[in-house]
Design a protein around this ligand. Sequence first.
Ligand code: S3P
Length: 426
Amino acid sequence: MIKKVKKLSSGLKGEIVIPSDKSVSHRAVMFSAIANGKCKIENFSSGADCHSTLNIFKQLGVDIEFIDKKTLLMNSDGHLSASNLPLDAGNSGTTTRLISGILAGQEFNSTIIGDESLSKRPMKRIIEPLFLMGAKIESTNGCVPLTIYGSKLHGIDYQSKLASAQVKSCILLAGLKADGQTTYSEPYLSRNHTELLLKYLGADIQSNGTAVTIRPSDLIAKDITIVGDISSAAFFIVAGLVVPNSDFTIKNVGINPTRSGIIDIVKRMGGELNINNERVVSGEKCADIRVCYTETLKGCAIEGEDIPRLIDELPIIAVLASQAEGITTVKNAEDLRNKESDRIKCLVTELSKLGININETADGFIIEGKTNINGGVLLESYHDHRLAMSFYIAGLISKQEIGINGFEWTNISFPEFEELVNLLVE
Ligand code: S3P
């Protein structure tokens, strides 16, 4: 589907409530499925990825019932049962990598399949450490389909070269069922939703800097309310900063410090943004964010420990950088090439079509800002939800209308995206 986007003639104003965090939604269902007892999960994501996770746990015998579109009731005795059919993770890397850690220690075998994009994403990063724990996994050249033969696992002490929350979570979930303790350390701290939620549900887990140790534990189900997704809010934060005369509030945004890199970057660039009404919901920090158009943004360097704290926001940060004075460089982000698309290559190709001065590097990109975006072109989303939404925001400030091919892929994480943009248009 081609979506046409036109330049806005006025600023974005008002208030929106940002929908549920995708990372926390996946974990809420997974961890409640392996916990003992009944619970209610409120504000569950309506994105297709989280529904892939949910359907898999139904298939594994867990009792899950929706009481309205975003509220579910779950009932489990903590045990899963085998499925005769493959488990379809759709487009979701988080589903695949996290459930692999759960399935590796079961007493039954499972097969995970996925769509074309997921079938190209690297799984060796989880297969290798799981193998060290005693897991038996067959892959297709290191990708899905994965066949996981349930095995007795033992704890390991693992130093990862990647700062990846998916790999970390996979190993911690395997560690929950392994003999002995498992310690996982990473070069920079990646998002810590797994650690927070496992602790909230009673797991024996301790973090120490960039290392985390887990011992076998039983989880006890507890009601969970999911905060809003800062990765979804990021499109609106950038829209507010770049669309002239904008001034609006984004409510209920998760601001866990391992995810809030976008806020630091906006401040580094001199953007006008205020964090109000900070609170904690089911162990996660959240707040309301007021954002205002800022004419005087400045380019900056984004690298090292910034990267895992904003990895999914880099496409929309590129749009922001195109409107800032001077140069913005992104380094150490080579794993962007392994996302739903090769986000470095695809971003550079498509933003260049808009007239943005962006150059590809091996591990990131360099943008020279203060570009007048020309538009008048058709952009390709490469079946990547975050590229589609980033291009849409660029379209709001393009001189001529733009088209985005494959806009329906936004349903992967954020089906409400365009409806919320329209709410802010006067
Ligand atoms: C996620 C971790 C990140 C992120 C992805 C969600 C998670 O991936 O890009 O969208 O929920 O754990 P990596 O762990 O591969 O960096």
